[in-house]
Design a protein around this ligand. Sequence first.
Ligand code: FES
Ligand code: FES
Length: 201
Amino acid sequence: MSGGFGGASALGRRRFLVISTAAVGLPLPISGFASGLLPGLAPAGAGTTSTVGLTVNGERRSAAVDNRTSLLDLLREHLGLPGTKKGCDQGACGACTVLVDERRVNSCLTFAVMHDGARVTTIEGLARGDRLHPLQEAFIDHDGLQCGYCTPGQIVSGVACIAEGHARSREEIREWMSGNLCRCGAYTNIVTAIEQTAKGA
Ligand code: FES
Ligand code: FES
C-alpha cells in the first residue's frame, strides 16, 4: 500500500492525520500507528458500557457500547452501517473515513463514547434517495475504483476535500487526499473525479 497519491508528501499525510486526530481530541501518535493504539488510549471506565447518542446521516441513533468501542465498530457492528470499511484498523489507510461535525475522521482511531451528541456522515448518507452524490457519480464516470474497498473512504474524504476548498488543483487534491490509500492504484482517476466534481460545485 505504498505510493499513495504520488505527489502526496509524507508531510501532507501527517497534516491530514493531525487534523483528523485533533478534530476528535486525540494526540497524534509519534511514530507509526502501532496496533493496540485504542486500548492504550482507553478512557477512564474502559470495560464498562455507555449509551452513545449521535445523529448519523440525519437520523438520531443510539447504542449501548463498551467504552472501548471505536466509532467505526459502532457504525458497522451496532448501527448496521457497513459502508464504512475497516482496512488497517490502525489509522494508516483512510478506509474508515467518516465526517464528524463536517470534519474528516479516521473512525477506527477514535472511541464512540467521545462523540456523544455529534453529527456523523457516512457513505450511506451522501445520496439523496435514488440520486447519488455528484462525487459518487464522478467516481463511476471516471472509473475511480477497481475493487472498491477503499472507495467509501475516498468518496467521503473527497467530499470534505472539496468542501474545505482543497481541490483547486490536482496537486492540491493529491496532497489533501494523501490519508486515503488505494491498493489498486486508482489514484489518477480518483483525482480526476474529485477535480471534475469540484469544478461543478
Ligand atoms: Fe481506519 Fe485504516 S481502517 S485508517
Ligand atoms: Fe481497490 Fe482502492 S483499494 S479500488
